[in-house]
Write a new protein. Structure first.
Length: 183
């Protein structure tokens, strides 16, 4: 041990926002788009991660379940009530809506000419939407075709894939941190 005392913080010491304060605080101009995510637990993880990083909103598309939902709640732990969300039957309609609102839309997918997450450097207030795809099939090709680009997480092992909610944690933390640091 390095000689420093470490004491785990109590929940009361974390200065957490209540839901009213959360709704009022400025969010990062990032929207998450979920393209046919089948697992309610994964969807709940997106809500919880988005809450923790002050992501602006989630667009739920296709057969992605919507709140209220027991499986979503199990991992979201009420974040489904703090993070703004909208449902679109077709992800391409969600992307069209985002384009109309001035967002640059990126698929988080392994595609030709993707941008490595390590090389992706957004501006502080750049409006970004990130499309995450189905746990098995990824982002559908016709949805990739609607996007302005793609971001890929560098991977070095055999599998070359992460669970979609793990991908969300990596990408959303990285991009939101870069946006907080940029000037």
């Amino acid at each position: 041990m390095n000689g420093k005392m470490m004491r785990k913080l109590k929940t009361s010491e974390l200065n957490r926002l209540d839901i009213e304060m959360y709704k009022e605080v400025e969010k990062k101009p990032i929207v998450v788009v979920l393209d046919n995510i089948r697992s309610g637990n994964n969807i709940g993880s997106f809500f919880r991660t988005s809450d923790a990083l002050l992501i602006d909103a989630i667009y739920l598309c296709g057969y992605t379940a919507t709140p209220p939902n027991k499986e979503i709640h199990k991992t979201a732990l009420d974040a489904e009530n703090s993070v703004s969300w909208t449902y679109f039957e077709k992800p391409e309609n969600a992307i069209a809506d985002l384009h109309q609102k001035g967002y640059t839309v990126y698929a988080v997918e392994q595609v030709e000419n993707s941008i490595s997450l390590t090389d992706f450097n957004p501006f502080k207030d750049e409006k970004i939407a990130l499309v995450f795809g189905n746990e098995v099939m990824g982002v559908q090709q016709h949805v990739v075709d609607c996007c302005d680009g793609a971001i890929e997480i560098p991977q070095y092992g055999i599998k070359h894939s992460f669970n979609v909610s793990v991908s969300a944690g990596i990408v959303l933390w990285d991009i939101s941190t870069k946006m907080r640091r940029s000037g």
